[in-house]
Design a protein around this ligand. Structure first.
Ligand code: MOS
Length: 720
């Protein structure tokens, strides 16, 4: 068996600047677009003055409203559509939220487009608006009543409220989580060009299929005449998981002008032009016996949504599965506010849910005098408490034991504030567990072997930095015993495969089983043995020419995927349910004078099934821990009821962790395949890796200070 080079396959191109992202393209004659945006929190546009903008030299077009015949309303991905929200700006006089586009300028240069967009002025008839959960005019609905779909219903196992009341030990707490934005390095951007009747879009997206289906629908053209190319994203994190409202307008003006058009949203506009993590409030009640054995859990969540869409919440899906609790009640309510529709941001519900729930578990450990690791182990379960059926795999206990060992947890003095560093900083050690549902989408894989010995794999999937190209290339190289450099991976291109949404940590589990079954077919057509190394060039020569095979998985869902619609299964699969698991151990140090909170070390041990690509998998976990540090200590999209919108829409004012905030992150994997979940034995990793990090930090802050953090991010003033 040939030794396989495990490194990230696109690392060299990335660090040498060869990777071409969506808006890196500069087609001949390209024009530049820029939006002017609304400066009120809500209302109606009375008039717009575009004269000054049109007078800027080089300006070709200023559009304040598109005709219904040339651009249709949007459609919401969670309502069976394509876009992050149903509301399409530039179709009427309505301002639904601050920062919404009110005019689109196209010019010969970016400078002219930017200057002209700044010169657009509008008069508004302002209306009262609500941007917080408790604001006057915010409207709260019960999710299961507003959206009657089984997976969005309250979770009810036994009579949790009665069991809570009857429990000898009762813990109750309310936790708040700030709204946040994904701020990927690559800004939201597109280059659009028409080639005859076909519109070609270059855009970093996690969902080329939705862009294709949604743009065709909005323009009233055949999806066959839409090509989306998204070979790489400079970060997605959920922000780029559907059709954005800039794309339809861009395609229309490109067609009107007969020129390619490029749009790169400035960073501040991305805070209002795309989805974000909505603010949430969680109330958790835990009932237990005197030894800390859980008897009941209740988890109620209020989650912000927009006025025009109901963005559903599934926070209790994981909190109902973390432990073997005999009675559980989970409820989600949605609060309509005047913002763009919120959406998915890495571990969208699970990270805030784990902050609330795992803080409560820590509180229970203190209330019962139990060690927080021992308490979690004592409440472990092999059965899904919601369905009563087994988990396809669950190695959470192994994650906890191994993590405790690597961290040195046995040395912990549980007394809050008892551990002090030589420089006077208070030391806090915290632990938390995490889980994330395993979903899977249908995939088409096309494999070809050529005379030069190379194998090209074209498959459903998007490379946003998580390493799907590496996982695919390593799978093929390992199977055939060929160099990784001889595997060509094509993803994110609607010309080669449907390109279902890559999100929800289902990318690897979606692509790899398709690639594996493609390899079985390829071996047959090459007249190669069913296993062992293959001399691809010799086989191609022997069969007299290149070999091509195409396979697909989950055929019953393929038509939805081909249409660009979400088509996923899981985490409940008939006889079992599937989740990924993780345990995080965190040390914080709180400086004596400044009360600055540092995170010198984190140990994370994950159960993501078989580890398909060890280098990129470890990178995923380290990145997710950095995200957890951001969630716990830094990131908040500031909201002011007087103004609407988000007030800190820059990287200066929306602080993400920097290198100085990130120290030792020690990553380990259980690496046990889950063959029940899929033939490749892989589960998801990108999101579970973040779940519980913020909770472990909050628990460590409690250990250092004796104060229980109830709101994220934790600020200096909370530990004074
Ligand atoms: Mo991810 S937040 O599921 O794109």
């Amino acid at each position: 068996m040939t030794a396989i080079d495990n490194r990230r396959v696109d690392a060299y191109d990335k660090v040498t600047g060869r990777t071409v992202y969506g808006a890196d393209r500069v087609p001949e004659g390209v024009a530049h677009a820029m939006f002017a945006t609304a400066h009120v929190g809500k209302g109606r546009i009375v008039s717009i003055d575009t004269a000054a903008a049109e007078a800027v030299p080089g300006v070709r077009l200023v559009v304040t409203r598109f005709e219904p015949g040339e651009l249709a309303e949007g459609s919401f991905i969670m309502g069976g559509g394509y876009g992050f929200q149903s509301f399409q700006p530039l179709l009427g006089d309505r301002v639904a939220y601050r920062g919404q586009p009110i005019a689109l300028v196209v010019a010969d240069t970016l400078v002219a487009a930017t200057e002209a967009a700044d010169l657009v002025t509008a008069e508004y008839e302002p209306e009262p608006f609500a941007v917080g959960l408790d604001a006057e005019g915010a409207e709260t609905v019960v999710q299961e009543e507003a959206i009657p779909l089984p997976f969005l219903a309250d979770i009810k196992v036994g009579d949790a409220d009665a069991a809570f009341e009857a429990s000898p030990v009762r813990i109750e707490g309310t936790y708040e989580h700030a709204p946040q934005h994904q701020v990927p390095m690559e800004l939201i951007s597109s280059v659009v060009e028409w080639r005859g009747d076909t519109v070609v879009v270059h855009e970093g997206t996690q969902n080329a299929g939705a862009l294709r289906g949604g743009l065709a629908r909005q323009l009233g053209i055949d999806p066959a005449n839409v090509e989306i190319r998204s070979p790489y994203l400079g970060g997605g994190f959920g922000q780029k998981n559907s059709l954005q409202p800039h794309l339809g307008p861009l395609a229309v003006v490109s067609r009107r002008l007969g020129r390619p058009v490029k749009l790169v949203l400035p960073r501040p506009q991305t805070f209002h032009a795309a989805s974000f993590r909505p603010t949430t409030r969680h109330t958790v009640r835990l009932g237990a016996d005197a030894s800390g054995r859980l008897l009941a859990a209740v988890h109620e969540v209020d989650q912000q949504t927009s006025r025009h869409d109901l963005f559903p919440c599934t926070a209790t899906e994981i909190t109902s599965r973390l432990y073997g609790v005999p009675a559980f009640r989970g409820r989600q309510r949605l609060v309509r506010t005047d913002v763009q529709t919120p959406g998915y941001m890495r571990a969208p519900f699970e990270s805030p849910a784990a902050f609330a729930f795992e803080s409560s578990i820590d509180e229970l450990a203190y209330a019962t005098g139990q060690d927080p690791v021992a308490l979690r182990l004592a409440n472990d379960t092999a059965l899904d408490p919601v369905t009563g059926k087994p988990f396809s795999s669950r190695h959470l206990a192994e994650c906890l034991r191994r993590g405790a060992e690597r961290f040195g947890w046995a040395e912990r003095n549980p007394e809050p504030g008892s551990m002090v560093a030589p420089d006077g900083s208070t030391i806090g050690w915290g632990v938390a567990a995490g889980a994330y549902p395993c979903n899977v989408a249908p995939a088409v894989a096309h494999l070809s072997a050529t005379a030069d010995g190379k194998v090209t794999v074209s498959v459903d999937g998007h490379e946003m930095g998580q390493g799907i190209r590496s996982a695919i290339a390593l799978t093929v190289a390992r199977d055939l015993g060929i160099p990784v450099a001889d595997v060509v991976v094509v993803v994110g291109d609607t010309r080669v495969a449907p390109q279902h949404l890559t999100a929800g940590s289902w990318g690897t589990a979606t692509a790899l089983p398709a690639v594996q079954s493609g390899l079985i077919e390829l071996r047959k057509h090459l007249n190669a043995a069913a296993s062992g190394d293959v001399d691809v060039a010799a086989c191609v020569a022997a069969v007299g020419g290149p070999v091509e095979v195409e396979v697909n998985t989950l055929p019953e869902m393929l038509e939805r995927s081909r249409a660009g619609l979400v088509a996923i299964a899981g985490p409940e699969f008939g006889e079992f349910s599937s989740f990924s698991w993780i345990a995080h151990f965190v040390e914080v140090r709180i400086e004596a004078g400044t009360r600055r909170i540092r995170v010198p070390r984190v140990v994370s041990v994950a159960d993501c099934g078989r580890v398909a690509s060890p280098v990129t998998a470890a990178g995923q976990v380290r990145g997710a821990v950095v995200w957890g540090i951001g969630a716990a200590l830094r990131e908040e999209s500031e909201v002011d009821e007087r103004f609407g919108g988000f007030l800190n829409p820059t990287l200066e004012e929306y602080p993400v962790p920097v290198n100085a905030d990130v120290h030792s992150i020690d990553v380990d994997f259980v690496d046990e395949p889950d063959p029940l979940f899929n033939a490749a034995g892989v589960k998801g990793l990108g999101e579970v890796a973040m779940v519980g990090v913020a909770a472990a930090i909050a628990n460590a802050v409690h250990h250092a200070t004796g104060r229980r953090p109830r709101r994220l991010p934790i600020r200096l003033e909370h530990v004074l």
